[in-house]
Design a protein around this ligand. Structure first.
Ligand SMILES: [Zn+2]
Length: 484
């Protein structure tokens, strides 16, 4: 018997045996074991350690660094020895300080304001000046008003500016900030989109770049009041923003790996972002995702035998500033992305789980259907949607044609806390949270066990088609992560 024939016979024997053991029904006992381990596991405590113990963890801040150290120690405590810090750089470091604002005339009253992320400070003592409302940020419109803008505080009429769509408006706004600086504007105010003067922490544009001049978020009702007063006559404001800024800094993603028992070079990535905005403690954006990634590592280790393929567990930095950590990872690990079988991301809050979004891919939805019906429905997450987004860390992997799944949960109450001071532990329902974790863990295990990858990688043209259909192509081209 030739060696060749011996191998052929071995393969003939081995594959059907493995395949028959890898159907959803055959896999159900292990799936139940994983889900059981998660439901009785420590992830609520883990989440508390992060959200209450470390708190808000803005990318690059001392709290973010503490969170990375905590996550490394946590992975190791679960017996996962292969844990690495994966560095990338961001153009500037930023930490929020106090912000105050007031209307000086015609009324005298305080205003609800907060620095926009990566805003420089105002000069010591703040700035004072008349307000000018800007509803058209086209370069020619701003050029025509250049003289009028000198020494003023600009209030953006964002409802008009963003009416033409986010992608187009975003590109114009970037140019507009430079035009404001050139014209000698003192500061820029951007109204929040939510009522009751609630403030949402956010930045402007993508990329953790310092704004060219001080910028602040202002409560919706305060902004509307200023607009009405402007119709009656001049309005003057005072604004003081104090923030700490630095030049380029290095930020670390945290990457852990459970080596596969049979196909270690093929990997499934389970990811969530470790960073958060700083108003709240980032309990659901994205403490629950972070705790899930750690908990899934623990639950898979508790099986005693690694899955066939490797499981890579990723905690990203820089998500809130534009998916910076996950994007950097796709670029620095480009050579091994062909071995990435699938990416599972969780970052939509801890609402009641539904299932998975396959991000524009009908073929992936079809491939997932038997697993959703056979394993995930049973644990409360059997639904599938092809909705496509580029709003969290599955995005950069989707651009590379990798099959990506984004955990789909009920988001009805998510935006009540998203980026707000109310994003705290008390809003997390532990059953919904653990339900989501179980869905991610069972899916990852199933995809790690199948004989053939769940779905193929798709080429650039096929990705382009998905992006065009989802109307994401222009925006992605603008931020420089996509070339058609
Ligand atoms: Zn998030």
């Amino acid at each position: 018997m030739s060696l060749h024939r011996a191998i052929a016979l071995t393969v003939w024997w081995v594959i059907p045996v493995l395949a028959s053991a890898q159907s959803p029904s055959e896999m159900k006992p292990v799936a139940d074991q994983i889900a059981g381990s998660i439901y009785s596991g420590p992830s609520m405590t883990t989440l508390g350690e992060l959200a209450d113990g470390i708190g808000g963890r803005l990318t690059g801040s001392p709290a973010y660094v503490r969170a990375t150290e905590w996550a490394v120690a946590k992975f190791r405590s679960y017996g996962i020895q292969n844990v690495k810090l994966d560095p990338f750089t961001i153009p500037a470091g930023w930490q929020r300080g106090p912000a105050t604002g007031a209307m000086l005339a015609p009324l005298s009253r305080p205003l609800y304001v907060a620095s926009l992320g990566w805003s420089p400070s105002t000069p010591v003592g703040g700035v004072q000046g008349p307000v000018v409302l800007i509803a058209d940020v086209a370069p020619e419109a701003l050029k025509a008003r250049e003289a009028e803008l000198h020494g003023k505080i600009v209030l953006l009429d964002t409802s008009k500016i963003y009416a033409e769509g986010y992608g187009k408006a975003m590109a114009k706004m970037e140019v507009a900030w430079s035009a404001f600086q050139k014209a000698g504007v003192l500061a820029v105010l951007s109204p929040d989109r939510e009522k009751n003067n609630v403030l949402n922490a956010h930045g402007v544009g993508w990329g953790a770049k310092l704004l060219p001049l001080p910028g602040a978020e202002i409560g919706m009702e305060d902004a509307k009041l200023i607009q009405r007063e402007l119709e009656r006559g001049p309005v003057s404001l005072q604004l003081s923003l104090e923030n700490k800024t630095s030049g380029e800094i290095t930020v670390n993603n945290v990457i852990a790996e459970i080596r596969g028992s049979e196909r270690p070079d093929e990997w499934i990535l389970i990811g969530a972002h470790l960073d958060s905005w700083d108003f709240g403690t980032g309990a659901q954006d994205n403490g629950t995702g972070t705790a899930s990634v750690l908990e899934i590592g623990r639950a898979l280790m508790s099986l005693g035998k690694p899955p066939r393929r490797s499981i890579r567990l990723a905690l990203w930095g820089g998500e809130e500033e534009g998916l910076l950590g996950s994007y950097a990872y796709t670029q620095s690990h480009l050579a091994e992305l062909n071995q990435c079988v699938a990416v599972l991301n969780t970052d939509n809050g801890a609402g009641h789980p539904k299932g998975w979004k396959t991000e524009g891919r009908e073929d992936l939805k079809k491939a997932m259907q038997p697993w959703s019906d056979g394993l995930l429905k049973n644990i409360g997450g059997g639904d599938l949607s092809t909705e496509t987004t580029y709003d969290t860390d599955h995005g950069p992997f989707m651009l590379e044609g990798i099959p990506v799944l984004d955990l789909w949960v009920d988001m009805t109450h998510y935006f009540e806390v998203h980026h707000k001071s109310s994003d705290t532990l008390d809003k997390v329902d532990s059953l919904d949270f653990k339900g989501g974790e179980a869905i991610v863990a069972v899916t990852a295990y199933a995809i790690a066990q199948t004989d053939t990858p769940i779905a193929p990688h798709i080429d650039h043209a096929a990705v382009a088609e998905i992006l065009k259909k989802a109307k994401l192509d222009e925006m992605l081209e603008h931020i420089g992560v996509w070339k058609p």
